[in-house]
Structures are given as structure tokens and as C-alpha cells.
Write a protein that binds this ligand. Structure first.
Ligand SMILES: Cc1cc2nc3c(=O)[nH]c(=O)nc-3n(C[C@H](O)[C@H](O)[C@H](O)COP(=O)(O)OP(=O)(O)OC[C@H]3O[C@@H](n4cnc5c(N)ncnc54)[C@H](O)[C@@H]3O)c2cc1C
Length: 394
């Protein structure tokens, strides 16, 4: 009898993992998701950037799996006629103070194997993005955009073609390891698996608790809000325009992103959400909030970064702040060019001491594997993360 593997989550990671386990191990896979559709959470609510691997510490899982993931994703999109466009990216220094950081970024990118990275000056960056300003930039011509939700839907079709099943409207509400079996209750149905892999994003802590493996890190939800450029303003941005990132945070700062559907996004910021799926200020869930606030890491994080927190909250409430962030790089933009659009919530792991976990974290136990931290660039890296997991699942 073939190995039975359950996967929690029909986001890009769960589906990539299920496909890989079915392909490489011949496993009989069952993907369980609580939602009525695929890619409802992070996978369907992000910037859509196929990151090239510029930022991540060389040797980290992020650096390695991002580079491997880009190659696999490009091939996968070509094979299945899914959109993939190398629009290129500029990381722009707005002033001399930021310029010093560009050299370090370019060196890191080269160490990670990002191809054709170049440093350009103020004139050079205008040749690439004629409406952008800055004192210099790092240019990554192969940074691309893709439609991660479309990739996830295709992966789900692969899972089914490989004999697996994707069961929507199946919230996992209980699980128990007994002997050689992992017993799972989902959507009122009982399942028995030989192994279980959790790729539950914002639901990670709940699944970890059910598995009796709460662990030392917790998910803190960080909402990322966006505006979209209206009408003719879209033509002011050709590709991807990013600020020099603040090294204290894993978030990349408000950027301008051309999307595969032709829209141009401005965002995302990063505000702590008041529910795991807190897509707006109005969405408050007392149970979630209690869990988030009683974790000691949350208070320590807030105490250490309250200034940034206040700034981000202001940015969330005031369009002016978004406009100012965008105008730093594209000064022709005006208030009328920005229209609020929907955002996403990042599942970001935080340690008890309040530090943000930077790298991907995959917790391997004998029968249960838990992805504990898979923020950006996990969508880019999904096919490589899946290969990695197929190797480490006992
Ligand atoms: C604002 C924002 C911008 C981003 N930009 C980028 C980018 O440009 N490039 C990039 O590479 N990455 C980006 N990311 C990160 C990327 O979107 C995520 O890393 C990736 O989508 C994670 O995929 P996932 O499958 O783990 O999570 P998700 O897509 O969130 O999927 C998790 C699934 O688990 C399900 N689930 C949870 N609990 C249960 C349960 N108990 N029972 C059943 N099902 C359950 C949920 O319904 C959900 O469908 C961004 C993220 C955000 C939020």
C-alpha cells in the first residue's frame, strides 16, 4: 500500500508540497483546506513578485530556496503557459545616506547567485524607469512577476492528476498521533495518515497546538495594505521600484509593483492585525487577540519597535503617508492617482524575546512536519521548499 500523507493548507506551499510528495515518493496525498476555494489567504493576496534573492543572508534557507525556486517556477510557468514576466527591479537609494547600503545589497545579491545585478547612478536608473528619481540603485533585470494564485490552481490540478485529492471546506479541528498513524478530523470527516505536513499559514499555531507541538515561536499577523494607481498614472511605472530595506525588519518597505494584470500596486505597509485573518481594522477576533497579546514575544516586539509601529498605524489610516512613500521614488504621483485596494496578512513568526524570525522554519518530527515560518519569498520559493520537504519528511 502506498504511503498516505495529509497536507493542511491549499495555499501555494501546501499544494506544491502535496504535488512533490505524490510525484517523488508516489504518496497518496490528501490536501485539506477550510476555505471553499484555493489560494484564499496569503497566496492570493500578495505583491506577485518572483524575488530574485537579493536580500537574504547567503547560506540561509531563504537565499538557497529562493534561487532554486525562481528557476523551478520559471520552468513551471513556461510548461503550463502561466504568465511570468521579467519586468526587472530597481532598489533605489533616495539620498546619499542610503547609497552606502546599495553596495552591500549588490554584493549580497551576487553572493546568492542573482544574475546580472548592476549598480546604476541617478541617470542610469532613469533609463530603466524614466519617472523614478534617486541618487543610485541596484538593478536586477531578471526579477519577475507572476500570478501565484494561478500557479496554485495549476498545482491543485497536478495533485488530482497524480491521484491525490484536494478537499476544500475541510477545516482541520483535531489531530492525534496514535502509534504509526496520524488521525485527523476535518470538516466532520475522519482521516488516517502515515504522515501529516502542515502548511497552514495564518493557522499555523492552531495546527501546532492540535499536534501537541506549540513550540517556542508564534505567528503574529502583520497586515499589508495597498493602494493601486489609477488611470494614466499606471504608465509611470514600468517594473518594480523598491526602497532600500530597513535591515531591522524582514519587510521590504512600501514599493511600487507592476502586476501581471497590468495594475500597479503601492504597498504593502506592515501593521499588526487584530485577528489572524484581520484584513481590516474592523476585523477583530477576541480569541485571536488574546492569543497574540498574551504571547510574551508580542509585548517585547511592541516595546522594541513602538516608533515604527506608530508610524505604520498612521500610514494605515492616512493616504497621505502612502503617497509620501511613493512620491519619494516617483514624484509625479498625486493624491488622485492612488485608490485603496485589498491587502493581505503575513504570517510572521516571532520568538519569545520579541525578535522576528527571519529565515524559513520547518519543524520535522517523526510523523508530523510543521512549516512554522514561511513569509516572503515563500511563494517564489514554493517549488523548492516542496522539494526540500520531500527530502526531510522521514
Ligand atoms: C502582503 C503580502 C505580500 C507578499 N508579497 C510576496 C511576494 O511578492 N513574493 C513572494 O514570494 N511572497 C510574497 N508574500 C508571501 C507569500 O504570499 C507567502 O509566503 C505564501 O503565499 C505562503 O503560502 P502558504 O501556502 O504557506 O500560505 P497561505 O496561502 O496563507 O495558505 C495557508 C492555507 O492554510 C489554510 N488553513 C489554515 N488553517 C487551517 C485549518 N485548521 N484547516 C484547514 N486549512 C487551514 C488556509 O485556509 C490557507 O488556505 C507576501 C505575503 C503578503 C501577505
Amino acid at each position: 500500500m502506498s504511503e498516505r500523507i495529509g497536507v493542511v493548507g491549499a495555499g501555494i506551499l501546501g499544494l506544491a508540497v502535496a504535488r512533490e510528495l505524490a510525484r517523488s515518493r508516489g504518496a497518496e496525498v490528501t490536501v485539506l483546506d477550510k476555505e471553499p476555494g484555493i489560494a484564499v489567504h496569503q497566496t492570493g493576496r500578495n505583491s506577485g513578485v518572483v524575488h530574485a534573492g537579493i536580500y537574504y543572508p547567503p547560506g540561509s534557507l531563504k537565499a538557497r530556496l529562493c534561487r532554486e525556486g525562481v528557476g523551478l517556477l520559471r520552468e513551471y510557468c513556461a510548461e503550463h503557459a502561466l504568465p511570468y514576466d521579467e519586468v526587472g527591479k530597481l532598489v533605489i537609494a533616495a539620498n546619499r545616506g542610503e547609497r552606502a547600503a546599495l553596495r552591500g545589497l549588490a554584493e549580497r545579491a551576487r553572493a546568492n547567485g542573482v544574475p546580472d545585478v548592476a549598480e546604476v547612478d541617478a541617470l542610469g536608473l532613469r533609463e530603466i524607469e524614466p519617472h523614478a528619481v534617486g541618487v543610485g540603485a541596484v538593478h536586477s533585470p531578471h526579477t519577475a512577476i507572476a500570478d501565484f494564485a494561478a500557479v496554485a490552481r495549476r498545482l491543485a490540478a497536478d495533485v488530482t492528476e497524480l491521484g491525490g485529492s484536494v478537499k476544500l471546506r475541510h477545516p482541520v479541528t483535531a489531530l492525534r498521533e496514535s502509534g504509526d498513524t496520524v488521525r485527523v478530523l476535518a470538516g466532520g470527516e475522519r482521516f488516517a495518515f502515515d504522515r501529516l505536513v502542515s502548511c497552514a499559514g495564518l493557522g499555523t499555531d492552531a495546527v501546532a497546538r492540535m499536534a501537541g507541538r506549540a513550540g517556542d515561536v508564534r505567528i503574529v499577523p502583520f497586515r499589508g495594505e495597498y493602494f493601486a494607481l489609477a488611470g494614466a498614472a499606471k504608465s509611470l511605472v514600468r517594473g518594480l521600484i523598491y526602497p532600500v530595506p530597513d535591515p531591522r525588519y524582514p519587510f521590504l518597505g512600501v514599493h511600487l509593483t507592476r502586476r501581471i494584470d497590468g495594475e500597479v500596486l503601492v504597498g504593502p505597509n506592515a501593521v499588526m492585525a487584530l485577528a489572524y485573518e484581520g484584513y481590516s481594522w474592523r476585523r477583530i477576533r477576541p480569541d485571536d487577540l488574546r492569543r497574540i497579546l498574551t504571547f510574551p514575544g508580542t509585548a517585547r516586539l511592541a516595546a522594541g519597535h513602538w516608533r515604527t509601529g506608530v508610524r505604520e498605524v498612521y500610514g494605515s489610516l492616512a493616504k497621505r503617508a502612502f503617497l509620501a512613500a511613493a512620491r519619494r521614488y516617483v514624484p509625479e504621483l498625486t493624491g488622485g492617482d492612488l485608490v485603496r485596494t485589498s491587502g493581505g496578512v503575513r504570517a510572521q513568526a516571532v520568538r519569545r524575546d520579541g525578535s522576528l524570525v527571519d529565515d524559513f522554519v520547518i519543524d520535522v518530527h517523526s510523523r508530523v512536519v510543521l512549516i512554522r515560518n514561511a513569509p516572503s519569498p515563500a511563494a517564489t520559493s514554493s517549488l523548492a521548499i516542496a522539494r526540500h520537504i520531500a527530502k526531510v519528511v522521514p
